[in-house]
Ligand binder design. Structure first.
Ligand SMILES: [Zn+2]
Length: 145
């Protein structure tokens, strides 16, 4: 049987609005220092909580595999994340998980809740599509991470 990692399986969509916060390394130094203090005081990880996993429209890119890469349009404008196509909706050591995927002990097999589209980007990465906020006619850019 031939597998096609880019052909999504039919699945239900449960849109959820989530507030995200910019990747820490792209924040002003003083704010990063305050976040580090908060992390030490609360034992939370800002990076895990600030950016949701899974498919999403908008939001921020999590540059967790590399340092942030400047996404600049040919017109000089900073580009914005339009869409994330993710291999997983949430990770095993998750910080973000849809309420609908709350373990009940009777859930179907694991991949169907964590990977409902069954799309695999690279070795389990995400595909980010960036656009220029100045004009939809300017070429988009993609990054896989
Ligand atoms: Zn542009």
């Amino acid at each position: 049987m031939e597998s096609n990692y880019y052909l999504p399986e039919p699945c239900l969509l449960h849109p959820e609005q989530v507030v995200e916060y910019q990747y820490a390394d792209l924040l002003p130094e003083r704010l990063r220092e305050r976040i580090e203090e908060w992390e030490e005081a609360t034992e939370h990880d800002y990076q895990d909580l600030s950016i949701a996993e899974g498919w999403k429209a908008g939001g921020w890119a999590s540059w967790h595999l590399t340092d942030p890469y400047p996404m600049m349009c040919e017109c000089g404008q900073d580009m914005r994340l339009l869409l994330t196509v993710a291999s997983n909706e949430w990770s095993a050591g998750y910080t973000w998980r849809p309420i609908e995927d709350e373990p009940t002990g009777t859930e179907p097999s694991y991949p169907r809740t964590r990977e409902p589209t069954m799309i695999t980007i690279g070795r389990g990465y995400s595909l980010w599509i960036f656009i220029c906020p100045r004009s939809f006619e300017h070429p988009h850019q993609t990054i896989m991470q």
